[in-house]
Design a protein around this ligand. Structure first.
Ligand code: CA
Length: 216
């Protein structure tokens, strides 16, 4: 099971820019580091957290929707994000091993969710994607990955997760699944490993290399 942003797409720099600008517009501050520390958490939860921190009060549901829509528009207007180098090679090798592939993302960014089905055609359909629209409680709760296990029809011990964010790793580990951390962002490796990942690499290309010689 693969996380999407920062694993399959090199989209985090754009998310950081869009969050930064959107929150500033509403008199809150979201630094690049804040974005990476909250990565994987749903937009709704992220806005609530920052509102509590910066304004000492939760954001109202209407306000959350407005801020998230603003952020989503800013994101959409940024230069198109690229598929992460090595991601297709990883999918090809995982598929050759006979494993099913799912995408498990906290994203509600409709354009990217639709694009993933085209960019990873042959590996992914909408049915094999768990998004912010498919679970009530997002990462770092285990729910998205538990839903993934349910859809794949496998036990936690039969699955592996690939994640790039601390909250994502926390979610997968809470679901009882062995997790490979791929640190593609600016956070220290220790912030990922402390969440319980079994191994850590620094790129999807490195994961593709590692998959050579693996068997299931
Ligand atoms: Ca991610």
């Amino acid at each position: 099971m693969f996380d999407m942003d920062g694993v399959l797409y090199d989209s985090m720099p754009n998310h950081a820019k869009a969050w930064n600008e959107a929150m500033e517009h509403y008199d809150m501050t979201m630094t690049k580091r804040d974005v990476y520390l909250n990565e994987g958490v749903t937009g709704k939860e992220t806005i609530s957290r920052i509102s509590m921190r910066d304004r000492g009060r939760p954001a109202e549901p209407d306000e959350i929707r407005e801020i998230y829509d603003h952020k989503a528009r800013l994101f959409k207007n940024l230069p198109e994000v690229q598929v992460m180098p090595g991601a297709l090679e990883v999918f090809s090798k995982v598929s050759t091993l006979g494993l099913d592939i799912l995408i498990v993302t906290g994203s509600a960014q409709k354009n990217l969710i639709e694009r993933a089905q085209r960019d990873f055609e042959g590996y992914i359909t909408r049915e094999s994607m768990i998004t912010a629209f498919d679970v009530k409680r997002g990462k770092p709760h285990p729910d998205p990955y538990l839903k993934g296990l349910e859809i794949a029809g496998v036990e936690a011990s039969q699955a592996v997760v690939v994640e790039n964010a601390p909250m994502g790793i926390r979610s997968a580990v809470a679901a009882g699944i062995d997790t490979i951390a791929v640190n593609t962002g600016p956070l220290e490796d220790s912030l990922l490993t402390v969440e319980g990942s079994k191994m850590l690499l620094h790129s999807m290309a490195a994961l593709a290399d590692w998959l050579d010689g693996q068997s299931v």
